[in-house]
Write a protein that binds this ligand. Structure first.
Ligand SMILES: [Zn+2]
Length: 210
């Protein structure tokens, strides 16, 4: 009985496939997922997500590049090594509907430069307002930075233990990249693009010595 339940995985709805293909292509077109890096996922139901498999070009994802993960079971073979970071985000917050992970230059450079501080400070930008819960540019966003770790299951658990309630919808892994999430795929894309814009602004300001 237990085995049968574990094998009974839902098919991935077409709208879910379309949303993952769309956000991945959006990121790929901007050079945010170079050399098959990055990964994208979307919740199917309370217990299951669909996630990109390992080692694919994110600019040309097909339906059979997506793998269903049962959040109540062990991860299946073929998923990205970073799948635990997605799965733990969905387990920790039932309102999370999609997760995106990219390797942008701004995220990679700033996450190294500010690793000892534990966050990148993003202060006073109008773009803050695209982040859920922020209604004014007169705000300070501290985007958390966590030390990278090849044991992504242990890393995912450390991240979730450290995130505050109602966190900024993203975090950085040092020398690695940016994670962002939202209630829908559209929210996730908005948060991803907004956070990437803010990181790019912070990087450009430092180049100017500001
Ligand atoms: Zn990565």
């Amino acid at each position: 009985m237990v085995l049968r339940m574990a094998l009974h995985l839902p098919t991935i709805p077409n709208d879910c496939i379309g949303e993952i293909v769309s956000i991945a292509a959006f990121a790929a077109a901007r050079g945010w997922v170079p050399a098959t890096s990055g990964n994208f996922s979307r919740r199917i139901d309370a217990r299951h997500i669909a996630i990109t498999r390992s080692g694919i070009d994110k600019g040309s994802i097909r339906a059979d590049d997506l793998i269903v993960v049962d959040l109540a079971a062990a991860l299946p073979p073929g998923v990205s090594a970073e799948a635990p970071l997605h799965a733990e985000r969905y387990r920790a917050d039932a309102s999370v509907g999609a997760v995106a992970h990219v390797h942008t230059i701004a995220a990679t450079v700033l996450s190294r430069a500010d690793a000892s501080r534990g966050h990148v400070l993003l202060d006073g930008f109008e773009m803050h307002k695209v982040l859920d819960g922020i209604t004014t540019h007169e705000s300070t966003v501290r985007l958390p930075i966590f030390a990278n770790d090849q044991d992504t299951q242990a890393l995912a658990q450390r991240v979730e233990a450290a995130l505050p309630p109602n966190p900024v919808p993203g975090y950085l892994l040092s020398g690695h990249g940016l994670y962002a999430w939202g209630a829908t795929a559209a929210d996730t894309r908005r948060h991803l693009e907004g956070l990437q814009f803010l990181l790019q602004c912070a990087l450009e300001e430092r180049r100017l010595g500001q």
